[in-house]
Write a protein that binds this ligand. Structure first.
Ligand code: DC
Length: 221
């Protein structure tokens, strides 16, 4: 029997890094559901659609095929057979993805795709609404959190490493804005599931969080 681990939390809580490490260490399939919304945002930009044109955007998704190919420890995101792994991380995509992910028919379709990608395999699925909407019957639910300041510091450091010149103050403002958008969506808002294990990562190292989650996974009966 396969099992699903749902991991939700705000931007900068460490979800991506942590679930990737768990995938590498215990061989689960890691699904980054944000990548599916990023694929939709990329197609919107490529087609030049306005974000208000919900009908065109929703129709467009019927012609989108999203697949994930494992390449060693790397995940290759394939959109209609083409590798879009880097393109979906661009600044342009990042700046519209939150709005795209608020369109209700987009969410309905992405949830179906996400379920198909993870079901039947031992999977660790990360996002915002995994324990509440995508897999409400997940075998284990985790909610990762950290203070706004710590999450902004993490993003600020990552940006410096990438050579991006964004001040700490601006990074903190961006985090606050993303939290607000994520928590106030009409559908699929970021929310801790009632039966989720809450982990505050503010004062923990990545490896400490990984160990905690691995222990919880071992206890799935
Ligand atoms: O985790 P990320 O930054 O790659 O997510 C991209 C966007 O998609 C972000 O604005 C939040 C949204 N998202 C969502 O609404 N539901 C999910 N399950 C995952 C991401």
């Amino acid at each position: 029997m396969s099992f699903i681990v749902a991991v939700d939390g705000p931007a900068g809580s460490g979800k991506g890094t942590i679930t990737k490490k768990i995938e590498e260490q215990i061989g689960l399939i890691n699904l980054d559901t944000g990548a599916t919304y990023r694929c939709v945002a990329l197609e919107v930009l490529r087609n030049g659609y306005s974000l208000n044109d919900e009908k065109k955007i929703t129709d467009m998704i019927d012609n989108m095929e999203i697949k994930i190919k494992k390449d060693g420890s790397k995940d290759i995101i394939l959109l209609n057979g083409k590798d879009v792994s880097s393109a979906i991380r661009s600044k342009e995509v990042t700046s519209i993805v939150s709005q795209v992910s608020s369109i209700i028919p987009v969410r309905e379709k992405m949830v179906l795709i996400q379920r198909k990608l993870a079901e039947g395999k031992n999977s660790i699925v990360e996002g915002r609404d995994i324990g509440t909407v995508v897999f409400p019957d997940a075998d284990l639910k985790i909610y990762l959190d950290a203070s706004e300041e710590i999450r902004a510091q993490r993003r600020y450091k990552e940006n410096i490493e990438k050579g991006l010149n964004i001040s700490y103050e601006e990074t903190l403002e961006n985090i606050k804005l993303r939290d607000y958008n994520d928590k106030n969506k009409k559908v699929g808002a970021l929310k801790q599931a009632e039966d989720a294990v809450y982990i505050d990562t503010s004062d923990l190292t990545i490896d400490e969080v990984v160990e905690k989650i691995k222990e919880l996974i071992q206890n799935i009966s």
